[in-house]
Design a protein around this ligand. Structure first.
Ligand SMILES: Nc1nc2c(ncn2[C@@H]2O[C@H](COP(=O)(O)OP(=O)(O)OP(=O)(O)O)[C@@H](O)[C@H]2O)c(=O)[nH]1
Ligand SMILES: *[C@@H]1O[C@H](CO)[C@@H](O)[C@H](O)[C@H]1NC(C)=O
Ligand SMILES: *[C@@H]1O[C@H](CO)[C@@H](O)[C@H](O)[C@H]1NC(C)=O
Length: 420
């Protein structure tokens, strides 16, 4: 049997049952065909930009597994969870299953961590006549129940009873199941999950609630490599570039915002100039409720914008916001005719192709290339723009600024500088 051959040739320690899983057709003779798959998912209410942060933790794990000294860990591919039913995006009863390629450049991600889209993995299974994905091991991450009571914050993990009844539907698909779902109390960085992976021979492993795992080292070189690898989808970048040129007189030539084609060749710099406009990220909607004492009213926003435009001697402001057209128009009316006010409105084609997520990314790109940026305090959406500007090489003073609640209540955001 092919499997036996495989065992004889290979340096891998594998059980027979495991082998049956792997050795369809004659492929097992080729060691390169041997992959293990690391799936993860995030708590449903988390937003797009927090999910990007969880991706980075898992990508650093996948990166370190690839180069691990323990060879049983080297062949993991990180499976990118499709985007469905995000709380801030409108959706109907059917899950959208938007692939990552709509938003990000997958080949660029791959230069940091070995990743694969779920639909690609599905096609592999289907071409081998599988109609279902049965995940070998599922671990639902949860916090240690006693952690906050006892103040025991040491790094540890343990299979324990589930604090919540486990849900048995994964990624909103009906054809993914598992016979082996466990709850894993966990405290530590995502890379500590390699200890869990080292003691299983499972070929497919899913970590649910991956947000429970923390960053390995927040803000170090590896963190920024993972972050830099998250280049946006090329077409979204082109759309943003056209808008910059057409409305904001902004281009990489004028603004000194060139990046290497491949993020690995980016060089540290601080001389980006940015286009001749101020950019604002004005987060409203659930922030008005959740953080009422931090969100300024529109009069104050208009005042802060015109003060800053005056100070910078600029005419144009680009506003990215999740607020209604009505509120945007009200803000705009407070700034014109003295200043030019811009908001990106996607064409129907762009909406249909890239959804609200793609439109939000275009807003983020446009904020990134401005001469000066002011965000919303504590918004993850604003954090991602700040990171993008660090990558582009802006002086930090033009980036780490937020709209104040009012003149006497101004929070200075933390400055997280890029590290190479
Ligand atoms: N187009 C656009 N959409 C926005 C803007 N701000 C927020 N949104 C939308 O609101 C969502 C919520 O923001 P996210 O950053 O994804 O959510 P989060 O990760 O919880 O982050 P925060 O709530 O901002 O801390 C985004 O995914 C967008 O769909 C904006 O300026 N422009
Ligand atoms: C599971 O179902 C989805 C949606 O119907 C389909 O696209 C996918 O290929 C299926 N997976 C397998 C392994 O058949
Ligand atoms: C656009 O920017 C360039 C270079 O900064 C400048 O020379 C030109 O006058 C600007 N054009 C307009 C219409 O403002």
């Amino acid at each position: 049997m092919v499997c036996i051959k495989f065992l004889a040739f290979s340096i891998w320690i594998v059980s027979i049952s495991y082998c049956e899983d792997v050795c369809y057709k004659d492929k097992c003779q080729n060691i390169k065909e041997y992959f293990r798959y690391l799936f993860y998912d995030v708590n449903p209410p988390e937003g797009f930009n927090l999910r990007r942060d969880v991706y980075m933790r898992m990508a650093v794990l996948a990166h370190k597994l690839k180069y691990s000294k323990n060879p049983v860990l080297n062949n993991f591919l990180l499976v990118l969870p499709p985007w469905s039913h995000l709380v801030h995006w409108s959706y109907n009863e059917y899950p959208e299953h938007i692939p990552w390629s709509k938003f990000f450049d997958i080949s660029s991600l791959n230069l940091f961590a070995p990743v694969i889209e779920l639909h690609e993995y599905f096609s592999q299974l289907r071409s081998n006549k599988y109609t279902k994905l049965i995940i070998d091991d599922i671990y639902i991450l949860q916090h240690f129940e006693d952690m906050f009571e006892t103040g025991n914050f040491e790094e540890r993990w343990k299979i324990e009873k589930c604090l919540q009844p486990p849900k048995l539907r994964f990624f909103y698909y009906t054809n993914i199941t598992s016979n082996n779902v466990k709850c894993l109390s966990f405290h530590g960085p995502a890379t500590k999950l390699s200890e869990v992976l080292a003691q299983t021979q499972a070929r497919t492993v899913l970590f649910e609630h991956a947000e429970v795992a923390l960053h390995d080292t927040f803000g170090d070189k590896i963190y920024w490599q993972a972050r830099r690898s998250m280049r946006f989808n090329t077409h979204l970048r082109e759309i943003a570039n056209e808008y910059r040129k057409k409305y904001l007189n902004s281009s990489d030539e004028n603004d000194n915002t060139f990046l290497a084609l491949d993020w690995r060749y980016d060089k540290p710099k601080r001389n980006a100039l940015g286009g001749p406009y101020l950019s604002i990220h004005l987060r409203r909607r659930d922030f008005l409720r959740g953080r009422a004492d931090e969100v300024p009213d529109l009069n104050s926003v208009a005042e802060q914008i015109s003060d800053k435009l005056g100070e910078l001697q600029l005419q144009k402001v680009f506003i990215a916001t999740d607020t209604s057209q009505k509120e945007y128009d009200e803000l705009k009316s407070k700034l014109i005719p003295k200043y030019e006010v811009y908001r990106y409105i996607a064409s129907e084609d762009v909406e249909d192709e890239y959804f609200e997520g793609g439109v939000a990314i275009i807003d983020q790109i446009l904020c990134s290339y401005a001469r000066y940026f002011m965000g919303t305090s504590e918004s993850t959406f604003s954090f991602r723009i700040q990171e993008e500007r660090e990558i582009l090489g802006f002086p930090t003073t033009t980036t780490f600024n937020v709209l104040c609640k009012d003149k006497n209540n101004c929070k200075t955001p933390s400055v997280w500088k890029i590290v190479y």
